[in-house]
Write a protein that binds this ligand. Structure first.
Ligand SMILES: [Zn+2]
Length: 319
């Protein structure tokens, strides 16, 4: 077995490229490139190639020690062919990333999505270590999940299994980016909380979160935490509402799949312990008695590095 592989976390604000030790998941070197402004396939291609080249040069490592390049990308992907089908956050569509990087570096290239890579990392080295049946749920711009059964990811017939964020919780509900109405992520994501807060502030409601807001910048998880610590009525109302919906979604997973463990991650879960605790308490109350008694909850452990670590192990997955 080769000692290292390269893991890449390709997101709408940054690209992280890291050399990962395959024995222990250690991040040996890391290069960060911003993707905020220059997007589109040409820019992304250049930044990916520059990131990998810089990593190899800085660490002075021989390519013969590297087994593969794995990429966890935002958006819709074709795993078998290594194509980013559509990633609006990156302005990339029908982008054959596998072909480009294989040609440039002569290494095997594997493509996965960002939820999948985070779940792989948590399974190997994080909260899901030593568990073979569990579900990872990440709350951020959306609500994504990944199902692990008998130590393998369940991808589903078209590779889209785990889209818990698009389960419908209100038939005549809020519009969702996917085109449907009433999807869970329109109620339970960090973005949903932000939208609710911004709407209420525009209508003149008071919240101490206004003291932390900066012109043109959005609400962050840490602002939400600070406001909850001050017992802010409006922020508590919005977070409680999101937790009510998220716990309903989690209870449905518990009833439907009956996993041993649920791992919860993402910026809001990391930053706001109140949100995490309320959500798991309510999810237990809402799920059926037998699975509810046994279900375990853990917070994701690997934070910002879970994407690069998991991407480095995409080569081991069974599609
Ligand atoms: Zn949706």
């Amino acid at each position: 077995m080769k000692k290292y592989s390269i893991g890449i976390d390709l997101g709408g604000t940054k690209i992280l490229t890291a050399l990962i030790n395959r024995e222990n998941g250690e991040v040996t070197g890391l290069v960060k490139k911003k993707t905020k402004k220059d997007k589109g396939p040409q820019n992304i291609e250049r930044k990916l190639i520059d990131g990998i080249s810089e990593l190899i040069e800085t660490l002075n490592i021989d390519l013969s020690n590297i087994s593969s390049i794995g990429i966890g990308s935002a958006g819709q992907i074709d795993r078998k062919n290594g194509i980013i089908i559509g990633a609006p956050n990156l302005d990339c569509f029908d982008f054959n990333i596998k072909e480009i990087l294989t040609e440039k570096f002569s290494l095997p290239v594997f493509l996965g999505n960002d939820v999948e890579t985070a779940a792989i990392a948590e399974h190997r080295f994080g909260a899901g270590k030593n568990f073979d049946d569990f579900v990872c749920i990440f709350v951020g711009t959306g609500v994504g999940s990944c199902i692990i059964k008998n130590n393998n990811i369940i991808y589903g017939h078209t590779g889209t299994a785990g889209e818990i964020g698009h389960t419908i919780v209100d038939l005549n509900g809020r519009p969702c980016a996917c085109g449907a109405h009433g999807c869970l992520e329109a109620y339970a994501s960090r973005s949903a909380i932000e939208t609710r807060l911004e709407g209420a502030l525009r209508k003149g409601r008071y919240s101490c979160i206004m003291e932390y807001l900066e012109e043109g910048k959005s609400i962050t998880s840490s602002m939400i935490k600070k406001s909850i610590d001050r017992n802010d009525e409006l922020v508590l109302q919005c977070v409680n509402e999101a937790s009510e919906y998220l716990s309903g979604g989690i209870a449905s997973i518990i009833n439907f799949i009956n996993p041993e463990l649920i791992v919860l991650g993402g910026g809001l879960i990391d930053a706001v312990d109140y949100f995490y605790q309320e959500t798991i308490k309510k999810a237990k109350l809402k799920s059926l008695p037998v699975p509810s008694k046994e279900i375990k909850f853990k917070k994701a452990k690997l934070g910002d590095y879970s994407g690069v670590i998991g991407a480095a192990f995409l080569e081991d997955r069974v599609l």
